[in-house]
Design a protein around this ligand. Sequence first.
Ligand SMILES: Nc1ncnc2c1ncn2[C@@H]1O[C@H](COP(=O)(O)OP(=O)(O)OP(=O)(O)O)[C@@H](O)[C@H]1O
Ligand SMILES: [Mg+2]
Length: 360
Amino acid sequence: MTSDVEFRSVSKVFGSFLAVDDISFSVPRGSFFSLLGPSGCGKTTTLRMASGFEWPDAGDVVIAGQNMHNVPAYARPTNMVFQRWALFPHMTVTQNVAFGLEVDRRPRDEIARRVGEALELVGLTALAARKPAQLSGGQMQRVALARALVKQPKVLLLDEPLGALDLKLRMQMQLELKRIQREVGTTFIYVTHDQGEALTMSDQIAVMNRGRIDQLDTPQAIYDRPATRFVSSFIGNANLIPVDILDSDDTTAKVALGKVTFTSAANRKLTGKSGVLSLRHERIRLGDEAAACDVTASATITDAIFSGSAITYVMTLEASDAILTAEAPHDGTTAPQNVGATIAIGWDGDATTTFGDDDV
Ligand SMILES: Nc1ncnc2c1ncn2[C@@H]1O[C@H](COP(=O)(O)OP(=O)(O)OP(=O)(O)O)[C@@H](O)[C@H]1O
Ligand SMILES: [Mg+2]
């Protein structure tokens, strides 16, 4: 696979603070690639080094096969979409989108054609004559996107572009962005601290933690098989429970949770006596459904929280007094459990991952 953007051992220091710490990754051409991580982990800094607004202190950034060492932002085949999308308020939608092409002195009929196509792509043809003040947040975001895409960059860099939108609109725009990316086939590098956003849209996600990449993989692989404790707690909802380690090889660990023993997945051979088990909330089966699991136990429900499409149960595991949280779909297929009841619960060993005590 041809890669469009490649970071080779790139670091960035601000004063004495190492904001980006020796990261390497490569983004396949035409893919949707996300940098995901908590505030301050170095996402924007990484994106700015791709765009040329920031320079690495070490390492190389290669875009479309060319080393970007000494290549200024305006000469790079990239374009950036920001969280605050800063449209020109006195210009119409059409004029906003056309602006970059006019700066480039493209012929008038070419500008009209390309702007028309870009507005069509983002679904704004009917609003072409409006000014930004007459648009909703989601529509302004589409203008910003059209303005970036009309320049036909090889790589589009997006820094939390949906951050200012409300939740419903954000979810709608996520699907829309993914459709647009597929349609134009441009490589997207998307920065977000919202795991749902990254999981929904990306072909690949790099999970960043304190300036480093903890894991780079497909959304499903990251969700199902977290490489670090940080990833397992940052993405999705997981129980992180202390366990005894009875045995381990390179890919599995035999663990004990009180009297319950089972085989869990592991990312390496765990040599310590104790570790931490990651068990996702929705992987715990309750009541009758528990019988089909390869690990079964009994637990007493201490709290139940209703959230519409799901019910979250907090429970104490009988075998060890560990406190577990389980999420059951509220889809009419299973009866809700009562607080105070002691019920059967179960999970599959290979749905869990065990980390060593010394793992991050
Ligand atoms: N120009 C700068 N001078 C000094 N420190 C900086 C500068 N820019 C960023 N930093 C620091 O580098 C770290 C990474 O910043 P960055 O903006 O890349 O984080 P981020 O992952 O984008 O966070 P957020 O999700 O909050 O936008 C932060 O601790 C930040 O304070
Ligand atoms: Mg940022």
